[in-house]
Structures are given as C-alpha cells and as structure tokens.
Design a protein around this ligand. Sequence first.
Ligand SMILES: [Zn+2]
Length: 81
Amino acid sequence: MTIILFDLNVEHSMSRDALSNWLEYINAFSDIKSRDPQTVDNFIADLTGIEITQYHCCTNSCMAYTGRYQDLDKCKFCQHK
Ligand SMILES: [Zn+2]
C-alpha cells in the first residue's frame, strides 16, 4: 500500500497535505495501515538509494525554480511571486 501511494503521489504531483489526507482516510477504513509521507520518503530512499531534492515551484505549477531560473523571484509564465 505504501508504494502504491508513493506512486500516486509522484504520478499526480500530490501535495504533502493531500497525501496526508489520503492516508488518514485509508487508515481509517483499512486494516492495513500506511505510513506518513516522510516515512515513505525515507523508505524509498533506503530501498533505491534515490534521495529527494526539493525545489521551489510556481504555485500555479508553471515552472520550477531550478538551474538558470533558480534566482527568479516570480514565475516567468504567469508572473506569480
Ligand atoms: Zn506560474
């Protein structure tokens, strides 16, 4: 169950809050208890050796502030700050 939720999280770019809410619902109605996002992240990192790198992103999902855009103070597409 934990890996399935991690996959859904990555596939649909769920926020941590959204994933936490899903876990609350699933754990309330299931005998199989799933783990919180941080525990899942640590589990995946231990299992695969892949570490999570977090980047700031436009709240409208236009872009990530990485590479040559890391110093921008507003989105180059929608101008959101
Ligand atoms: Zn934007």
